[in-house]
Structure formats: C-alpha cells, structure tokens
Design a protein. Sequence first.
Length: 277
Amino acid sequence: MAALVEVIGSRIDLRNHARAKLTLRGVSRDFVASKGKLVAVHEIDLEVREGEFICIVGPSGCGKSTLLNLIAGLDRPTRGEILLDGRPVNGPGVDRILLFQEHGLFPWLTVRENVEFGLRMKGVPRKERQERARHYLRLVHLTHFENSYAHQLSGGMKQRVSLARSLAMEPALLLMDEPFAALDAQTRDMLHEELERIWAETRKTIVFITHNVREAVRLGDRVVLMTFRPGRIKLDLPIILPRPRPMDDPEVAVAATSVLALLREEIEKAMLEELQQ
C-alpha cells in the first residue's frame, strides 16, 4: 500500500487545477427486493475532470453498471445529485453516450449508415452527417469498410464501428460498460491502443467500467475501486505511469496487483454472502 500512497500524493496537485466535468454528490440508489430494500450504491462522491479517463472496477453486484446508468440518465438516484458541467442530470441526453459490450449495430445498414444513425435521428443534414461519419471512421481506421455490413466484420471491427457511432454524436461524456469483455485478448489489446489514441486526439471525458484490473490500470488516469454491496468507493487511485502502457509492462502489473489485493477482499465478501443465502 505504500506504493499506492506515493502515487496518490504525487498526483493531487494536478487534479486540483482541472475543471470538474462530472460531479456526483451523495449518490445512492435503492431497489425493492424480495427480502426488503436493496441498496445498490450508497453515498457516492465522485468528481471527473474535463478530458479525464477514469476506470471503475469492483466485484459483480457492486453497482458499477447501476452507477453508469445513473450518470447516463437512464435511472434516477434515490438520494444525492449528479451534475454535468454544473447542470443536474435528470434524464438521458445526447451529451452522454453509453457504449455497451454488445455493439448493437443494425444489420440492414452499412457501416457508414450505422455511424450516421444517431445524427439522422437528431435531424443533422445529410451532407454534414456523411462528412462526420467518414471523419470518425477514419479515426477508428475503418474508412475502407464504410459500405460493408455488420456480418462482414470481425468482433473488434464491430466495436470500432460502435465507438465511431458514439463519437460522431460528439458527446460531452463517453460512458463505456465493459466494451471489450467479450473479445479475445489479442483484439482487446489492439482496441486498448486504438481507444487510447482516439482519447489522446479527442480529449473526450471517459468513464469506463471493467472487471479487468490490469485493463483499468492500462487505460485510466484514475482507477476507482467499488466495494461489494452496497457499492461505495473504497479507493480512488491516480495512475501516473507514462503512456502508452503495454499490458505486460512491469509497472502496470505492480499497480494492478496492489488494486487486485483490495478487490479480492470485496470478492470474498460477495462469495460469503452467496454462501449464506
């Protein structure tokens, strides 16, 4: 844990000089369950700075996806408030785009038409949406596949199309819910590089959910670790390792090992609760 303290202490001043993009204050979400009230997330206080890339990890059932849905406006907190650029989040909006593990491409549309879809729903003129779609297809290196269909693409290519579609909406906040979990290790590593490059070029503010601690350390400016139910923030760890960070980098492995030790404590709590039911 001494290494964690050293890393945190060396980053604090840098964080204080950036503007808050996303703010969560005392955010809790309760659900009615068969055995009474279920507290999914409890008293979450979190600030994400403009252009920051944060990764949230935690055991299954800790409320990671619940938290992302609250930020996206797909659900409302039971208590607390969520602010984007200082304005309350009261519902879905095109300023927040949620990218899931499933790519969700329409099989009857071409790659470019899939990227254009949200823009068409917004009423963006045809010429502008085509230009914007082609711009973001260039960004994800899929220019030569703009007239292809989803069934003609690999899993990694489909996720790149989905990413281009999200970026084409030019959201203030990009929310990613385990987008690479279903991919093989080689494809996932390639998409890590692509996402980091795109983030460096666009400076989008990103909140990224993952079960993979090394992935979180590989990608994030910060790694936020949540406790098992009710989900609270157990650790908010700045990662100051230089970029790019290969997955097999020894420093990435050391930082991931420190976080994983704390994560295991929460996984054990989840397993214990399961055995007691």
